[in-house]
Ligand binder design. Structure first.
Ligand code: ADP
Length: 479
């Protein structure tokens, strides 16, 4: 399926419907149709940084309220285009339409939140230690920021970085994923309509991510890099930023455990797994990766989950009733198939699903999963739920923490003491306790261990784009 006329109009001259030298094709993963061609801007990266640098003085001098007014207009425009933007995400990323409407409103929620939160970039007055002094901190924008984002949330991963940066007074150059450049371009069109001045936000699309990344990380005018993507690329960029000592935010891979204890409410836990594991066909960094089920409830929980997964509809994302759309590309399909085959070879049983159908992967449940299988150590990024068995609370926690990652973890139990103990002992940045859907704009999103640095959303998300300056006023006499 191709772009709708409304989307062609919205995207305007940011796309071409015909092939052009130096422009790359964007494909619909559900059927392989070419949606549009987009300019490869790798060679323009330095100029984009120059424009961001030139725009910084005027943008950072505006009052927070003046910036907030523009951001609010941007939010309103995105929401006014919810249906078009949702269809755009479905067409270029494959995610089902009933979920992509949520991606648009979730994406806009960051713009709305930071439009307001930017007004609260407070400093402090600190009681002086000597007479005649006044000790103060102020918060100032970091400067030009670079951002690199993935394809799995092509709107919200952008707004989650760009909105706090702009609200703080920073300017931004962003490189969206080459798989989903159109959602980013549409956001840019709406930002311009909202009155964002030239140079404040520049979108650089490219199939040569490495080249863009090298310019962004080596240019001393860039003061901060915010990256969401895989752990290996995150580590590479971390190193590349060292010579110019950039501030960093890194939201990297996860390997989320989903613990189901013996006294859990089975229906609630199954609903939690469906939300956390199968959302976006399993392609989110907070997706439940390892379903760890206590022995006493294992069989009943497995039966209930299998029944619900069997009922899920695998269809192109633009079908209203579709539950699971295609995966992003052939590589993703091959990886998920390999993980299932590895588990089966090592003794797991496929209870439902287990196969690819073109670029679609069936909703899959594996029982009898063990720690020897690659699904225990690898982020699956597909609609496959491996069910592991554990005996005691201590075993469950040990298995849950047995990974270098520490992004999100989930646990289901109706015992309040167990809930508090488990939440305290899970080595993760975010815990869903009897909750499978944890992401909101008002809470700090981020991981520990090799899952990253910093937090996005909430008041913590604004601080990532602000420097604290301490000023000691002396010689003031008696005040
Ligand atoms: P994923 O597997 O989710 O695509 P990646 O880490 O490969 O994760 O991609 C996330 C983002 O990082 C994308 O925008 C991609 O283009 C970009 N990227 C990939 N490799 C590099 C690199 N070497 N330098 C800079 N950006 C990169």
């Amino acid at each position: 399926m191709k772009l709708t006329p409304a989307l062609v109009t919205l995207l305007g001259d940011t796309i071409s419907l015909d092939a052009k030298p130096g422009w790359f094709a964007v494909k619909n993963p559900a059927d392989g149709d070419i949606l549009a061609y987009v300019k490869d801007g790798a060679a323009d990266t330095a100029a984009a940084i120059g424009a961001a640098d030139a725009a910084f003085p005027a943008w950072s001098k505006l009052t927070n309220k003046a910036r907030s007014i523009i951001l609010r207009k941007w939010n309103d425009l995105v929401l006014a285009h919810t249906e078009e933007m949702a269809m755009l995400v479905t067409l270029e990323q494959g995610r089902v339409i009933k979920e992509t409407r949520g991606e648009v409103t979730y994406g806009a929620s960051f713009i709305e939140w930071f439009a307001e939160e930017g007004k609260r970039a407070y400093g402090r007055t600190i009681p002086a230690t000597l007479p005649g002094k006044h000790l103060q901190t102020i918060k100032q924008p970091v400067g030009v920021c670079a951002a690199i984002t993935p394809w799995n949330f092509p709107i919200s991963m952008i707004t989650r970085k760009v909105s706090p940066a702009l609200a703080a007074g920073c300017t931004v150059v962003i490189k969206p994923s080459e798989e989903t450049p159109l959602s980013a371009l549409a956001l840019g069109v709406l930002a311009k309509q909202a009155g964002l001045p030239d140079g404040v936000l520049t979108i650089v699309n490219s199939v040569n991510a490495k080249a863009v990344g090298e310019v962004m990380t080596s240019d001393p005018r860039v003061k901060k890099l915010s990256f969401t993507g895989s752990t290996p690329v995150g580590k590479l960029l971390y190193g590349q930023c060292a010579p110019t000592m950039k501030k960093l935010s890194m939201e990297l891979g996860g390997n989320a455990p989903f613990l189901v204890f013996d006294d859990a409410d089975i229906d609630e836990a199954v609903t939690g797994v469906l939300g956390s594991k199968y959302r976006n066909s399993g392609q989110t960094c907070v997706c439940a990766n390892r379903i760890l089920v206590q022995a006493g409830i294992y069989d009943r929980f497995a039966a209930a989950l299998i029944a619900r997964v069997k009922a899920m509809k695998l269809e192109p994302g633009w079908w209203e009733e579709a539950d699971l759309g295609p995966l992003i590309n052939d590589k993703a399909i091959a990886k998920v198939q390999h993980l299932v085959d590895d588990a089966v070879k090592k003794g797991a049983k496929v209870e439902t699903g287990g196969h690819a159908r073109d670029l679609f992967f069936e909703g899959t449940v594996l029982t009898g999963a063990t720690e020897a299988m690659e699904v225990f150590t690898t982020e699956i990024f597909g609609p496959v739920a491996p069910l592991f068995k554990f005996e005691t609370e201590a075993d469950g926690i040990r298995m849950a923490n047995d990974t270098p990652f520490g992004l999100a973890a989930y646990a289901y139990t109706r015992d309040i003491g167990q809930a508090m103990r488990v939440a305290a002992h899970l080595e993760y940045g975010m815990i869903g306790m009897n909750d499978g859907l944890i992401s909101t704009e008002v809470t700090p999103f981020g991981g520990i261990k090799e899952s990253g640095l910093g937090r996005e959303g909430a008041m913590e998300g604004l601080d990532e784009y602000l420097e604290v300056k301490y000023i000691s006023y002396g010689g003031l006499g008696e005040i």
